[in-house]
Design a protein around this ligand. Structure first.
Ligand code: BGC
Length: 811
């Protein structure tokens, strides 16, 4: 470690210690003892097992109880259960390591001498867990000689080699050994195992995909991605290795031959900006269209211990969509579930298209050998429509279906598909006519597909730039004021009970109260909320609480409740998505919502649902997929689960938080088409189907405008087009800026005018304990925020609180 690193580490540790002490001495709430029920334990175990993806299996897995197994790799003991940062850090009541899970499994016979050796070595080489943004990406392996492995092979029939990676917030994975690539020692151990064992499996304990070129290099016979499986990780692995559970998870990302093959790799990690030059060609949309030979394991791939046959038994379309019935039969020897995927190949038209788009998916129940299940897929036209931002189709800023033939496929991965049927569009049709929103402010060349005589080529075209006069639009949409009154003393319950109208209640709020509603309490772990909260909003002042407005606690996050109480630790986001099972995701989050009620937190800052644009993004482990439909459906299931119990979800980060490098200042420069079809689509599906009560903006800029100032994304698209009626909150703190349209408005006024209701936490990064003054400064003067806007802003927060309390009463 150099001097700079040592100093930064010391400062990091001191800051953590000081802020914890300050927060703890102020804390007024008891720590609640959560009851982690057997039901959630069982559900976590099931979800973790079902999210595992069997990439390759040459008759290696499952192991039988007669075969002795040598387990290599220190993460068998020092398992990575989840990633670091706000997407991890849940105080789980217990965590089952891989070693513990495998050891107690009755149907596995482990090499205990080797296991003891690992346990001993790990206990004397405890990994350094680092500190915020400087967590380990891997742990050093226990040294092994070839002789050690050779000797193990003499007394064992099989081997497992478990390789681990961690990732975390506020920094990326790196294209280096120990992060995206194997370390030298890992490669050495793999070489020894490959030389001395015929039957072995590599288990990947990772949060997001890593380089897999070593599979071919060493002709590894079996690879299982176990992800970071939460508190039940070890039991879940034992279930799969022993054959109690047949793997049924499928990849939610493409695994390519090398990092450089990913279309984003040339435009990722920029400190100031990242040009999304690959446009809509993200993940399999790129690989299947332009570089199929670069794919090691395709999107949607995942093997089973059983075999399946899929047949299309009916295909028809009507004005509502396309209907495809698939019969899925277990033709193998063991009980297993199977994911069926539906893809659409659109005509290239003038806009250019990827070869395939995922348009629907479903999963069977666990089918016993010989049994089958029918799934009827109904594919809405919007699932394969294109957003024309250039006007080439003749319909600018509209979702269109260009004229031509649309072919539908079903199958087990994007590469393993059969045709189900096709439909003809004799002429281009408009599905939704919209307006320009959040167009790039500068032009760049984007990737495009075009076809000549049925053959598809790659080209580029200039991206259309912003034309809209935002200022005029904002001014014409400004609300008119309800009046300000004084005198009456109503409480919020009076609105609920119909004693006073919402308008009248709001008219009684003073400017200070309107200001206080537009921001959270000043600090994280606010004394107004549950112990260990991430922030609190609503009744953050005495006068608001006197009006019966409660303080609302927010807690992270995607892998369970991150607070001072114990709570269940879920498998990481990618793992949950790899189940492709919306019912299971809903179920697991409904248990979390029970825990939220017990602990007393109101808003779970989850799900994290940004697109896996690039495999190096440090927070991919929290997010779901490179595909927007899958992302949207899984996120909607998570939201429905969380909100099933009178508490709120908060999908994040809206939008394009696709990298962690300079995450609070970099600019995601992206065409409207890619925004609409890829980066916003998941949010759109989630908002329209699951109706979250809160949404969090992203730290970054999107086409030059920070997420927390983004009128076009928040007011025009989220609220205007998708009818979202919940709150919008910032990601933690925001950047100072004045509005380009109204230069005398800045910071809080600029944010509230954009439609972003609450600054979280309210004191800014410095933890200042008073309003920064930028909201009320100049109110109602020419070019400033208006009283009506502040009242409208307050209305969102109050409506959310009323909704919360109504739902609580119904429980
Ligand atoms: C993260 C959010 C998180 C928030 C509160 C931020 O750093 O980006 O995802 O919810 O902190 O912990």
């Amino acid at each position: 470690m150099n001097i700079k690193e040592i100093t930064s580490k010391l400062i990091g540790k001191t800051v953590n210690a000081v802020s914890n002490t300050v927060a703890q001495t102020e804390q007024i709430h008891e720590i609640t003892q959560t009851e982690v029920t057997d039901d959630i334990k069982e559900c976590c175990r099931r979800a973790s097992a079902q999210g595992m993806v069997l990439l390759k299996n040459e008759a290696v897995l499952p192991f039988s109880s007669e075969q002795t197994v040598a387990v290599f790799g220190r993460v068998q003991v020092d398992t990575f259960y989840v990633g670091y940062g706000s997407g991890g850090e849940v105080k789980a009541p217990y965590k089952v390591s891989f070693a513990d899970g495998l050891e107690v499994c009755e149907n596995l016979l482990l090499d205990n001498t080797l296991l003891k050796k690992y346990r001993k070595w790990c206990s004397s080489h405890k990994p350094d867990e680092g500190y915020w943004g400087h967590w380990p990406m891997h742990y050093d392996e226990m040294p092994l000689t070839e002789e050690d492995v050779k000797n193990a092979a003499k007394v064992n029939d099989r081997a497992l080699f478990i390789i681990g990676r961690a990732a975390g917030e506020d920094r990326e994975n790196t294209l280096s050994k120990g992060s995206f690539l194997l370390t030298d020692r890992e490669e050495e151990i793999l070489r020894y195992i490959a030389a001395h064992f015929e039957k072995y499996a590599v288990i990947l304990n990772i949060g997001s995909i890593m380089d897999c070129s070593w599979i071919e290099k060493y002709n590894v016979p079996c690879v299982l991605i176990a992800w970071q499986g939460g508190m039940e990780a070890g039991n879940a692995l034992a279930d799969v290795i022993s054959g109690k559970v047949s793997p049924c998870g499928c990849l939610t990302d493409t695994i390519a031959s090398s990092y450089a093959d990913y279309p984003s790799s040339g435009n990722f990690g920029g400190k100031k900006e990242n040009i999304y030059a690959e446009d809509i060609f993200v993940g399999y949309r790129y690989f299947e269209t332009f570089a199929p030979e670069k794919v090691l394991y395709p999107f949607g791939h995942g093997l089973s211990y059983s075999d399946f046959e899929m047949k299309c038994t009916s295909f028809y379309d009507n004005d509502k969509g396309i209907f495809i019935r698939i019969n899925i039969k277990n033709t193998g020897l063991v009980a297993a579930a199977k994911v069926a995927q539906i893809y659409c190949a659109c005509p290239q038209g003038r806009l250019g298209q990827p070869f395939y788009k995922l348009v629907d998916f479903g999963k069977t129940k666990i089918l016993s050998p010989g049994s089958s299940e029918d799934i009827l897929f109904s594919v809405d036209y919007s699932a394969f429509a294109s957003f024309d931002d250039s006007g080439l189709s003749g319909y600018r800023n509209s979702y269109v279906l260009e004229q031509g033939t649309y072919v539908f496929y079903f199958g087990s991965s994007v590469k393993d598909i059969e045709e189900a049927g096709s439909i003809e569009k004799p002429k281009t049709t408009v599905l939704e006519s919209l307006t320009e929103c959040s167009a790039p402010q500068k032009s760049f060349m984007r990737m495009k597909a075009y076809s000549v005589n049925g053959k598809v080529y790659k080209t580029t075209e200039p991206v259309p730039v912003k034309e809209k006069q935002l200022k005029t639009e904002i001014l014409s949409a400004l609300p008119s004021s309800v009046k300000m009154c004084v005198g009456h003393r109503y409480v919020l319950d009076d609105v609920k009970n119909g004693k006073v109208s919402e308008d009248e209640f709001i008219s009684l709020l003073s400017y200070d109260e309107l200001e206080a509603l537009s921001r959270g309490d000043y600090v994280m772990n606010s004394p107004l909320g549950i112990n260990g909260n991430a922030g609190v909003f609503g009744g953050v002042t005495d006068s608001l609480r006197e009006k019966g407005i409660p303080a609302v606690s927010c807690t992270d996050g995607p892998s369970g409740i991150r607070c001072a109480s114990e709570a269940s630790l879920l498998p990481n986001g990618t793992s949950l998505a790899c189940t492709w099972d919306v019912n299971l995701v809903k179920e697991i989050y409904s248990y979390i919502s029970d825990e939220m009620v017990q602990i007393g937190t109101d808003v779970l800052l989850a799900p994290g649902m940004n697109i896996h644009r690039d495999p190096l993004c440090g927070r991919n482990f929290e997010y779901y997929s490179e595909d927007p439909l899958l992302t949207g459906r899984i996120a909607a299931a998570a939201v429905s689960g969380i909100q099933s119990n009178g508490v709120s979800a908060c999908p994040k980060h809206f939008a394009c938080n696709n990298q962690e490098t300079n995450r609070t200042v970099h600019d995601s420069v992206v065409s409207q088409r890619a925004l609409r079809e890829i980066y916003l689509k998941g949010f759109e599906i989630c908002v329209k189907t699951a109706k979250p009560m809160n949404i969090m903006t992203s730290y970054n800029k999107i086409n030059s405008v920070w997420g927390h100032y983004n009128y076009e994304l928040v007011t025009d698209i989220l609220r205007g087009e998708w009818n979202y009626n919940g709150n919008v909150i910032t990601d933690w703190w925001m950047q100072s800026s004045s509005s380009p349209e109204f230069p005398s408005m800045h910071d809080q006024a600029y944010r509230v005018r954009a439609g972003v209701n609450i600054l979280m936490p309210g004191g800014g990064r410095t933890g200042k304990r008073n309003p920064d003054g930028t909201l009320l400064d100049g109110i109602d003067k020419e070019g400033h925020i208006t009283t009506a806007e502040l009242q409208n802003n307050a209305r969102r927060i109050l409506e959310f609180i009323l909704r919360l309390s109504k739902q609580e009463e119904q429980i």
